[in-house]
Design a protein around this ligand. Structure first.
Ligand SMILES: Cc1cc2nc3c(=O)[nH]c(=O)nc-3n(C[C@H](O)[C@H](O)[C@H](O)COP(=O)(O)O)c2cc1C
Length: 220
């Protein structure tokens, strides 16, 4: 796949076929992904890859935490201004495609719970790092590796959705997995073969024009 095509065609996939992803393919994706840049080549990423029953149990536990009002272990920071507007815009696009009306709380709850169940993908990559590392350079490096993984996945015909929801609750993760002390969860990446009929997968998110975020000097 051409790099430019992968960059242009990548989008968050929130509906997957019920088709397992071979471990070897996920290994290839992670090997390619971890060619990412990192500060001082520190490679501050660690991955836990889940599939099958254990993934379902953790997804169900996440959804249960949400439904029963367990406080989140990790929360999305609040957004203001243009950043909040963009968040609202993407939510509107998703709800429109999914035919979820604003007042339909039942369907909204269903949608949110799907997110906590990793969008019912066949696999999820949980990304964590070491607590001893400084947040700023580490978060930069983690962003780079996550983007690389989403692009590498496309070479294997796989879709992805980076999701904070995957690690908002850590109860199930701690219950079913053996997590050493001193680790910090960052994000999850749902991964699998795209369901071409799932409406939310039609959403193409907007981007600001370069004129809104780029300043040029010395070009004329
Ligand atoms: C750090 C991070 C956390 C995200 N968390 C979620 C999430 O919890 N649920 C979700 O549906 N999408 C989540 N997304 C996906 C974004 O909504 C998506 O990348 C953005 O709207 C742009 O759309 P695109 O990926 O289709 O280009 C997350 C993306 C990032 C980078």
């Amino acid at each position: 796949m051409e790099l430019k095509d992968a960059i242009l065609e990548r989008k968050s996939i929130r509906g997957y076929l019920d088709k397992p992803v071979p471990k070897e393919v996920l290994e290839d994706v992670l090997r390619l992904g971890t060619r990412a840049v990192s500060a001082l080549n520190s490679q501050p990423w660690e991955f836990i890859v889940l599939t099958g029953d254990i993934m379902k149990k953790i997804g169900a536990d996440n959804a249960d935490c949400y439904v029963t009002g367990v406080p989140e272990d990790i929360s999305d920071p609040p957004l203001d201004g243009i950043y909040r507007r963009r968040m609202i815009d993407i939510a509107k696009q998703l709800f429109a495609e999914m035919d979820i009306a604003r007042e339909n709380t039942e369907k909204r709850e269903w949608w949110t719970q799907r997110g906590f169940r990793f969008f019912d993908a066949p696999a999820v990559i949980l990304v964590m790092t070491d607590d001893s590392l400084e947040d700023a350079p580490t978060n930069f490096d983690l962003g780079a590796v996550v983007q690389n993984i989403t692009l590498a996945a496309m070479e294997y015909g796989l879709g992805t959705c980076v999701e904070q929801q995957a690690v908002n609750y850590l109860r199930g993760i701690r219950k079913y997995l053996d997590i050493p002390e001193g680790k910090r969860f960052v994000v999850g990446i749902a991964i699998g073969y795209e369901d071409p009929d799932f409406p939310a997968n039609r959403v193409v998110s907007q981007r600001a024009d370069l004129a809104d975020n780029t300043t040029w000097y010395g070009f004329e």
